[in-house]
Design a protein around this ligand. Structure first.
Ligand SMILES: [Zn+2]
Length: 399
């Protein structure tokens, strides 16, 4: 049986969790000027599926000269979800974060018992999402990757049944269709902004750690950032590691937290486009030659339990957007997106599994009609290219 605190207590707790939740978390100085690298070539457009989403090469750059262009990408095939003829759907991504914040994740990352709790919870939610047809984007920072390295082999040996004798992340990917993606409160050094408390890892380092520890190359997805952390130009030119010698070349932006990080300046547009920059004046201008496509987050916070307090309830946003698309109040034939997210510590400590199930129940009629389509972030981009010819849509939802 699951035990849960009373609703009022949960509301207070979740308000605190919201304050601590994060997609981009810079709290200090803005980044240095963007490097003056040459403009990288834009990827060739694709018009037929399956679509190849570019992945960074995992081969270290050789030679002494600094690379003038991003390393040649390897490709992985991502299948664009099918749509129902005559319907303009909302592509919905459910994603989660864990953090490098020791006060929140050391309980799960530093001893085998805590790790077992986290592992069981992640399996529970990944199974629930998989059973409902949700294409889960799991976005991870390095603390739990360190924990996997430390404790997974023993956890698997002690109880191989739940993962069919596979390591946890292998099972998530192979059996439950999870997309592994990095989430990093980057240590950006210089000028040393972000969270450098325990390890000096930036996005490239987190990607290298995920690959090294799990054997899974994460999708080229930026799992949260803000103008205060990095410039678009830096991402487009590939991120050099602080530790790894493998640059990381993302092509998909998610969880854009606006100018400041935290959640006070989150962008709430729906759709996919290639931002011209991360500033207030150019984020909402599509650059057809842009290397990085943004997945509009819509209203992602506050869907589960009483977690939230945003001005627009996420479930209301999704259902209302679907209704507007059905009756013509929103223009049809364009790419629409929405996201829902939870924090892994909240999933465990606030016991959110039933709340997540309730939200999925509420969405099921729209899913059955093809008006809401579950897709992980790479699949969203594949759908945008395949179904909409990579035409930008920057949709401002007015409640
Ligand atoms: Zn975060």
């Amino acid at each position: 049986m699951r035990r849960r605190p009373p609703a009022v207590v949960r509301a207070v707790i979740m308000t605190l969790v919201l304050a601590a939740a994060c997609s981009g978390g810079a709290t200090t100085a803005p980044t240095a000027d963007a490097p003056t690298t040459s403009e990288p070539p834009s990827p060739a457009p694709s018009t037929t599926g399956p679509i190849a989403a570019t992945l960074p090469s995992t081969t270290a750059t050789t030679g002494e000269a600094a690379p003038a262009a991003p390393p040649a990408p390897t490709t992985t095939l991502v299948t664009p979800p099918t749509t129902v003829a005559g319907t303009t759907p909302v592509f919905l991504t459910v994603f989660s974060h864990n953090e490098r914040t020791a006060s929140r994740y050391d309980a799960y990352a530093t001893d085998p018992a805590g790790y077992a709790v986290w592992r069981a919870a992640l399996l529970d939610v990944a199974r629930l999402l998989h059973e409902r047809g949700v294409r889960y984007s799991w976005q991870t920072d390095y603390l739990m990757v360190d924990a996997i390295e430390r404790f997974e082999a023993d956890a698997l040996a002690a109880d191989p049944g739940p993962t069919d004798a596979k390591p946890l992340i292998t099972y998530l990917v192979e059996d439950l269709g999870v997309s592994v993606e990095p989430h990093a409160h980057e240590c950006i050094d210089p000028p040393r902004v972000g969270d450098c408390t325990r390890e000096p890892y930036d996005y490239a380092d987190v990607v290298a750690r995920i690959t090294e520890v799990t054997g899974v190359v994460p999708a080229p997805v930026i799992g949260g950032t803000s103008e205060a952390e990095r410039s678009l130009e830096e991402f487009a030119a590939c991120i050099p590691g602080n530790v790894t010698d493998k640059p990381w070349c993302p092509t998909i932006l998610t969880g854009f937290a606006g100018t400041r990080g935290g959640h006070a300046t989150d962008d709430h547009h729906s759709g996919v486009w290639r931002p011209s920059g991360f500033g207030a004046e150019d984020f909402l201008v599509d650059d057809p030659s842009g290397r990085i496509a943004n997945v509009g987050r819509g209203y992602s916070l506050g869907a589960f339990s009483s977690f939230g307090g945003a001005e627009v309830d996420p479930l209301t946003f999704i259902t209302d957007l679907a209704d507007r698309l059905a009756d013509g109040r929103a223009p049809a034939g364009r790419m629409y997106t929405a996201t829902l997210n939870f924090n892994e510590d909240a999933l465990i400590e606030r016991d959110l599994l039933d709340d997540i199930a309730a939200v999925l129940d509420a969405l099921q009629p729209l899913v059955d009609e093809g008006r809401v389509i579950y897709a992980n972030f790479p699949e969203v981009i594949a759908a945008w290219e395949h179904h909409y010819g990579a035409e930008p849509n920057i949709f401002a939802y007015e409640p």
